[in-house]
Write a protein that binds this ligand. Structure first.
Ligand SMILES: [Zn+2]
Length: 210
């Protein structure tokens, strides 16, 4: 059942002033502030719903739990409880991460199902939440495990935000050089078990219902 408290939290976060600093392209993906506005509008119109209850993610290494997720099959943003994202910085960043996946569904999804390499999809979402984190006044409350995607994504975020004019409104979105994403993608592959035979796993987006 759609949860309006969570919908309000998510819309507030992805419409806050710091989201405007999230503007880059990474491989096939464009991540711009106005793509998050499209997510907010989809939530407002009920095309994407926010729900309590998280479908388990079989892609994660055993022992790791999915805290929240965007499920393209149901077009749901799923969270463990109604208060999610209301006080914790880390939870806010996770909301930006999941909203990034939702924005890809809106931008690229189609009836046949648009496929992306899961590694690329996750790397883009980790980088988006990291740029947001560095722009916002919020902190990652909790440990950052060395070698985890968040550590690598923050290193990359720091690098691209140090690019002259990156923060200027009106400058073109920064195009992340593919070579700069290798370490982040390796870390993603490791934590999600996208290695060996699973390296080619795809995420499929079907777009929103009309
Ligand atoms: Zn993700």
């Amino acid at each position: 059942m759609a949860n309006q408290v969570l919908a309000g939290t998510v819309m507030r976060i992805i419409r806050d002033p710091w989201i405007s600093k999230v503007r880059f392209t990474l491989g096939e993906f464009s991540i711009f502030d106005w793509q998050y506005e499209r997510v907010a509008m989809a939530i407002a119109r009920g095309k994407i719903t926010c729900e309590v209850g998280v479908k388990p993610n079989r892609e994660l290494r055993s022992g790791l739990a999915t805290e929240c997720r965007y499920d393209p099959e149901t077009r749901q943003l799923q969270f463990p409880d109604e208060q999610y994202g209301s006080s914790s910085g880390r939870q806010r960043f996770s909301i930006v991460h999941e909203a990034t996946h939702a924005s890809f569904d809106i931008q690229y999804g189609n009836g046949e199902g648009k496929e992306f390499l899961a590694i690329d999809d996750e790397a883009a979402a980790w980088l988006a939440q990291s740029v947001y984190m560095r722009s916002s006044p919020y902190f990652w409350d909790g440990p950052i495990v060395p070698g985890d995607p968040i550590e690598l994504a923050l290193m990359l975020a720091d690098k691209i935000m140090a690019v002259p004019n990156y923060r200027d409104q009106g400058s073109p979105p920064y195009s992340v050089p593919p070579a700069d994403t290798i370490a982040l993608k390796q870390s993603v592959a490791k934590i999600y078990s996208f290695e060996g035979g699973a390296a080619g796993i795809k995420h499929v987006y079907h777009g929103l219902r009309p």
